[in-house]
Design a protein around this ligand. Structure first.
Ligand SMILES: CC(C)(COP(=O)(O)OP(=O)(O)OC[C@H]1O[C@@H](n2cnc3c(N)ncnc32)[C@H](O)[C@@H]1OP(=O)(O)O)[C@@H](O)C(=O)NCCC(=O)NCCS
Length: 333
């Protein structure tokens, strides 16, 4: 059987010992327009690892460091990387799943089938490594990439919007509302847990910094949070005795805190508004609050509470049939 490179001399597996600077350059060129602070930090990390590889010690310490591309495929023309794709394997319920990320083609080489060929090669790699599922995320405002992935067999699983409340424009609770807030009570937990599981189901939660058990009331969680200095503050919204929602504000090491919302399917927007504004008023005055929520649900309520739409991502996946190829076309540059 001809090797990958014999079949296509431009396409080869990523070599993290020499390709990382080229990958960082490509991500910079291709994602610059949309890149936020987290994205820039990610590219900085890749460059840092690339630089430290000049020393043997640095290389042994850094290979495998979280997030930096270690597996994937590149497209090379005259020694320059013009296409890239990263593969991140992870275990879920004892089976191998793979996230495909950083798919990028240099603007001068687009619409020649490079991203298609990279993605097809990644799917083949996943199949050959006993993967049971391939995942990826694509921005809602990127229909070209969505079309590419759909044509290769990926199906939409969910659409999630991240809202951000910047540390300004404080809103206060509406006067005269019959909703009131308390700290989260232990007895709220069973309902809170069920609501959290509905809003952050497993197919979403695995890729978020979200651990449902962290919100459970009890001595050990309080002690752990105290020791790790990562407090979680939780508020419950009620009308009379009735619980209407719970918000959990989790402090992170970076500049952004995460707010996780537990709400019933028939959301009372006044309760959501009260939770969103309380998190802003009682949270840090210098940090950003980020909320991940199903797209299109209560959007106006987020906006009126001072939370701006930051990003909508479409999650796509395809199960990998170990028996056969799912490729429909084989157009290459
Ligand atoms: C999206 C991207 C990777 C596509 O790379 P590419 O090498 O040009 O893609 P391909 O030539 O393999 O395109 C394959 C198919 O995808 C679709 N497609 C790709 N770009 C498209 C565009 N701009 N508009 C519409 N459809 C597009 C088409 O169906 C295309 O098939 P066709 O050319 O036969 O019509 C590239 O535009 C890019 O790097 N964009 C910036 C980074 C990015 O958004 N990455 C995706 C992250 S999820």
């Amino acid at each position: 059987m001809p090797s990958l490179q014999e079949k296509n001399p431009h396409l080869r597996p990523l070599d993290p010992r020499k390709d990382l600077t080229g990958v960082a350059d490509l991500i910079d060129i291709c994602f610059d327009f949309h890149m936020d602070e987290d994205g820039r930090e990610y590219v900085r990390q890749i460059r840092q690892v690339a630089q430290s590889q000049n020393s043997l010690l640095g290389m042994s310490q850094n290979l495998g460091s979280g997030g930096v591309p270690m597996q994937g495929f590149v497209w090379e023309v005259d020694g320059k990387l013009v296409g890239n794709l990263t593969i991140i394997p992870f275990l879920r319920s004892g089976r191998w799943h793979f996230l495909i990320a950083n798919v990028a083609t240099n603007p001068s080489y687009r619409r020649q089938g490079i991203a298609r060929k990279l993605t097809q090669t990644a799917l083949k790699h996943i199949r050959e490594h006993n993967g049971s599922m391939a995942w990826l995320q694509v921005r809602e405002d990127n229909p070209g990439a969505y079309e590419l992935y759909s044509s290769l067999g990926f199906k939409e699983v969910a659409r999630r919007t991240t809202y951000r409340a910047l540390p300004r424009n404080y809103k206060s609770l509406p006067a005269g509302s019959s909703i009131y807030l308390t700290r989260r009570h232990s007895k709220d937990w069973p309902i809170q847990k069920a609501w959290l599981q509905a809003i952050y189901p497993p197919e979403i939660a695995w890729h978020l910094p979200f651990q449902i058990k962290d919100f459970e009331p009890g001595f050990w969680n309080s002690l752990r949070q105290f020791i790790e200095d990562e407090p979680i503050r939780q508020w419950s919204a009620r009308r009379g005795e009735r619980l209407l929602g719970v918000a959990s504000l989790e402090t992170n090491l970076g500049n952004t805190d995460n707010l996780w919302l537990a709400l019933p399917q028939d959301i009372e927007e006044d309760a959501l508004f009260a939770l969103l504004t309380t998190a802003r008023l009682e949270g840090s005055s210098v940090r950003t609050i980020s909320v991940n929520f199903p797209t299109g649900v209560a959007e106006r309520c987020f906006q009126s509470a001072g939370y701006e739409k930051h990003l909508t991502l479409i999650w796509m996946n395809q199960s990998i049939d170990q028996g056969q190829s799912s490729f429909r076309t084989d157009k290459t540059a």
